[in-house]
Write a protein that binds this ligand. Structure first.
Ligand SMILES: [Zn+2]
Length: 134
């Protein structure tokens, strides 16, 4: 049985990003000079140019910014249909992920969501999102 593909860490900073998530806390780079969060991971702050950063935990809460329902099988591990979503986290970062356990017919813009973690292998998990029950 095929599992979700693992990230291809072509750059050490991407590997850092994925490693910081393995304890089940969503983190993004935060510039330690101006406080701006960075995503996708990068070596320089887009706001102030600083190369200094730390991995800062975020709430994991956000809203559904955009989505598409995928019916085409692009990888055998992905059951279709699935919801590929852009999540806008409360901290302002937009993050592309999968929205799980959701009925596509019931999705609404700005619906509240919360991060969950899907285990891919014994030593790797990836962030996904679920609708927040209100
Ligand atoms: Zn900065």
């Amino acid at each position: 049985m095929s599992h979700w593909p693992l990230p291809k860490n072509v750059d050490p900073i991407n590997a850092e990003f994925w490693q910081t998530l393995q304890d089940g806390v969503l983190r993004f780079q935060r510039c330690t000079d101006c406080g701006t969060l960075r995503h996708l991971p990068r070596y320089q702050c887009a706001e102030c140019g600083s190369t200094a950063y730390e991995w800062a935990p975020v709430t994991g809460r956000g809203t559904l910014y955009s989505w598409t329902v995928t019916h085409q099988v692009f990888h055998p591990a992905f059951d279709v249909p699935f919801v590929a979503a852009v999540i806008e986290l409360d901290e302002g970062v937009r993050f592309v992920s999968q929205l799980i356990d959701a009925d596509p017919a019931e999705l609404e813009l700005d619906a509240p969501v919360r991060v969950a973690f899907k285990r891919i292998t014994d030593d790797f998990q990836t962030p996904v999102f679920r609708l927040e029950k209100t």
